[in-house]
Design a protein around this ligand. Structure first.
Ligand code: NAI
Length: 784
């Protein structure tokens, strides 16, 4: 295009970025790469190619890691772990700082290489991806520095296996590697097979920074290499970003292994435009929401919900804007939409859109290059919430849309998805925005903005968008564990009966029942079991709950959702009230515990339980969120929200305290609960519901079931309306619970057969409050 033509058309002329340095770097390295293990590159085996999706050219040959490669990477990481985790916080901070500096110095090389390999516009890799990568390492250099003083009770997990996708290759690496290293872990990372090049360049940066050998190891290859990492016995944690289907497989594959797990999965995020929104800004926002990175963004605003009254005007303006989007050579600085990562992904997008018969499809009339992986910006209007394209992630530049009438309807449609990653709200009415944001089922909400990210604000989803957060203080939880020593837990058996004692029970003994929806309920199956004391004497019967009772209890808990909206102050009052009522009957409870367990620590247990209720009453209105100081004109409000309905299998050994230790933090944070009481000593839990009944706990907030844990765990882990499951049972259930939880990717917190001192400090504290809450980051414009 000549200057005259540009002048005549007022169009942009091409402004190509040179690929010279990046291509020279590739040639310098032989354009064939091995794995980065123990600080060195292995000999390349050239098993597959990395191509430029914009023109199909081969950029480099890559090696597919074998089991032996993965083994040596893990071994190197393990060997490096003691020194790396043992060095001073400051010393580690200096390494992270050095990496950040080097990333900055080579920022253009990284940006161009990323664009060549992935197809994203250079404008994005240069101005968004790479600066965010640097920011992540700087921020976490700070976290490394502060670890000793701010997280004195936490320590590194060990060797972390990290598996990342192709949509933000280096950024996802940074999100995983920076916090892991800052907290003293060592890593084995696998980039996606389409986009490994910036990870390899990063390995070189680690060498330049003098990072001790083995702290970062990078192996390349496809999903089968990922599987080798996931199932490796000597890995302590898996962090994964990618598709929900692979996330689910990883949940199943790691079940029962004791590995920590975080999953950052797919989304179908709503983008809600109210009729009073600044329409032009909202349309510009959409360009960033769905055409940023060709829509290959897990949190892309891919479901547009427009208020009915402005829909026609909005769509007309949107189409006009779409017609002006420039699609083409990603290295051209004037390009808005680059190439799709690979022909496979292009096929997926093309066939999903082609198969759709609902609504009206509009492809932007852009000049789409004929060669290379390009797909035009597309808008599909007039869809219904149940249409496949409103439910399934397309992961391409395709915006699916429908209208709504009222704010309540907008929330209803927005939440009508199995995902819960992000949401965007456009309105000039701050009251409306702040009313809607908390109602949206999402880990991140942007108000009058979209796709904002920062290292200080945690990112991650709820529901089938996965669990765990990346960034912020909350992100550190995923790379640390409590320092407390633990020991193997033995199965706590109920006492057997002595038949000569049968008949000793008081004929006026009451019939303990299950406690469901604020009412005493007979077990559905009509079975009870005898509970014997240490001398074989019959102490009473406890009901045996079945699958139907679990369902009833979950339904009751789901119905008690008003509890999650109550104030911390009110929840504190109720916890104090429970403590007060328990204190009034402490001798009776102590005696009951001693008669059940045959011990003499009942009085201590009741005392600690009362103190624990006080602890969480205290926390109910103090476990606050934060206002993150993010580098935009705004703040990110990190609000702590209850997880929802939690199924909790109580410890067997301290039958009252164990139950209180799980119940109190959960309800203090606004959750509703289905509790499976101690299997060996259930009767005290059935006395305890009398305390709940007299303490103003609303019906359905706490439900108590008794029976064999092994029979209750399955239906609980399977239940799609349970958001989380905790198990501290002495039965070996961790593996089966984790495997079954994959169905709806519910959060799990299980003991992995490790004991916990419920009478001591390990029985309470922040760990419980963290598990009982989920952080939602609400980004709001603020200040200047
Ligand atoms: P994917 O989930 O298959 O791949 C992501 C990473 O996991 C890659 O490194 C891959 O090699 C690895 N992987 C694949 N199978 C594995 C296994 N069984 N065990 C361990 N690691 C495994 O994603 P893919 O195929 O690249 O894209 C398919 C769809 O996934 C996309 O269309 C999109 O809907 C979604 N996706 C979502 C992302 C997100 O950020 N939420 C990122 C990438 C893809």
């Amino acid at each position: 295009m000549t200057v005259k033509e540009i002048f005549d058309t007022m169009d942009y002329g091409p402004a190509p970025e040179s690929a010279g340095d990046a291509l020279a770097w590739l040639v310098d390295q032989g354009a064939s790469f091995g794995h980065f293990i123990n600080g060195e590159f292995t000999a390349p085996t050239a098993d597959f190619e990395s191509k430029n999706p914009a023109n199909g050219e081969v950029l480099a040959h890559l090696s597919q890691a074998t089991q032996a490669d993965v083994d040596s990477a893990v071994m190197a990481a393990r060997a490096a772990f003691p020194d790396w985790s043992g060095m001073s916080s400051h010393h580690r901070a200096r390494y992270l700082y050095a990496i950040a500096r080097l990333l900055q110095k080579h920022s253009r090389l990284f940006a161009v290489l990323e664009t060549l390999d992935n197809g994203k516009p250079i404008r994005e890799s240069r101005d968004i991806d790479i600066p965010l990568v640097q920011r992540h390492f700087y921020y976490h250099a700070g976290m490394a520095q502060l670890m000793a003083s701010e997280l004195p009770d936490r320590e590194a997990l060990g060797v972390c296996g990290q598996i990342i996708p192709w949509n933000f290759p280096l950024l996802m690496l940074a999100w995983k590697v920076a916090p892991a290293l800052a907290m003293g872990n060592t890593v084995v990372l696998k980039p996606a097979e389409y986009t490994s090049l910036t990870a390899i360049l990063f390995a070189d940066i680690c060498r330049q920074a003098g990072l001790p050998k083995g702290v970062v190891n990078i192996v390349t290859g496809d999903g089968s290499v990922g599987e080798k990492i996931v199932t490796h016995e000597d890995i302590d944690k898996i962090a994964f970003t990618g598709s929900t289907s692979v996330g689910r497989k990883i949940r199943e594959a790691t079940a029962g292994s004791g590995k920590a797990l975080t999953l950052e999965l797919g989304g179908k995020s709503p983008y809600i435009v109210f009729d009073d929104a600044d329409i032009d800004s909202a349309i510009e926002g959409l360009v960033d929401a769905i055409w940023f990175n060709q829509g290959q963004v897990c949190c892309a605003g891919s479901r547009l919900l427009v208020q009915e009254g402005i829909a026609d005007r909005f769509y007309a303006k949107l189409k006009a804007r779409m017609a002006n989007l420039r699609i083409g050579d990603p290295l051209d600085k004037c390009i808005d939409v680059g190439a799709i990562v690979d022909p496979v992904q292009l096929d997926t997008i093309t066939s999903m859109v082609a198969a759709n018969t609902a609504g009206e499809t509009y492809h932007a009339p852009c000049d789409v290059p004929e060669d290379g992986c390009f797909y035009p910006p597309t808008l599909i209007t007039g869809l219904a919430p149940s249409d496949l394209l409103m439910q399934e992630e397309i992961f391409g530049p395709v915006l699916c849309s429908m209208t709504f009438r009222t704010p309540a309807e907008a929330v209803e449609i927005a939440n009508n998805t199995r995902y819960g990653l992000a949401a965007t709200v456009w309105t000039e009415n701050v009251n409306l925005a702040l009313d809607i944001a908390p109602k949206l089922a999402a880990g991140v909400v942007w108000v009058n903005a979209t796709n904002l990210f920062d290292a200080a604000a945690g990112f991650g989803g709820i529901r089938e968008s996965g669990f765990g957060r990346e960034g912020g203080w909350e992100g550190l939880m995923a790379y640390t564990k409590p320092k407390a020593e633990t020991e193997a837990l033995d199965k706590i058996e109920a006492f057997p009966g002595d038949t000569s004692e049968i008949g000793s029970i008081d004929p006026l003994d009451r019939t303990p029942k299950l406690y469901i929806g604020g009412k005493q309920a007979r077990p559905d199956g009509g079975y009870s079991q005898n509970i014997y004391g240490p001398d074989g004497q019959l102490l009473g019967q406890s009901p045996i709950a079945n699958r139907k009772d679990v369902r009833n209890a979950v339904e009751a808990a789901a119905g008690a959702k008003a509890w999650s909206k109550t104030t911390g102050h009110l929840r504190a009052q109720i916890l104090y009230y429970i403590a007060e009522n328990l204190a009034a009957r402490s001798e009776e409870f102590a005696a009951r515990i001693d008669s059940l367990t045959g011990g003499n620590s009942g009085a201590v247990e009741v005392d600690v339980a009362i103190s624990r209720l006080f602890t969480y009453a205290a926390w109910a209105d103090k476990f606050d969120g934060q206002a993150h100081n993010v580098p935009i004109r705004g703040v990110a409000l990190a609000m702590r929200e209850p997880v929802g309905v939690i199924g909790a299998i109580c410890p067997d050994d301290t039958p009252l305290l164990g139950l209180v230790s799980l119940m109190a933090p959960a309800i203090a944070m606004g959750n509703r609960l289905v509790l499976a009481a101690s299997e060996a000593f259930p009767l005290v839990a059935l006395d305890f519901y009398q305390i709940l009944e007299t303490s103003d706990v609303p019906a359905g907030v706490v439900n108590i079931l008794t029976g064999p844990h092994a029979d209750l765990a399955g239906p609980m882990a399977d239940h799609l309306n349970l958001d989380a499951i905790w198990s501290f049972s002495s039965s070996d259930l961790s593996g089966s619970i984790e495997a079954k939880s994959a169905a709806n990717l519910k959060r799990t917190w299980v003991n992995n057969g490790q004991d916990r001192d419920w009478l001591g400090d390990a029985g309470e504290g922040r760990e419980f409050l963290e598990a009982a809450t989920e952080v939602k980051n609400i980004w709001v414009p603020y200040g200047e």
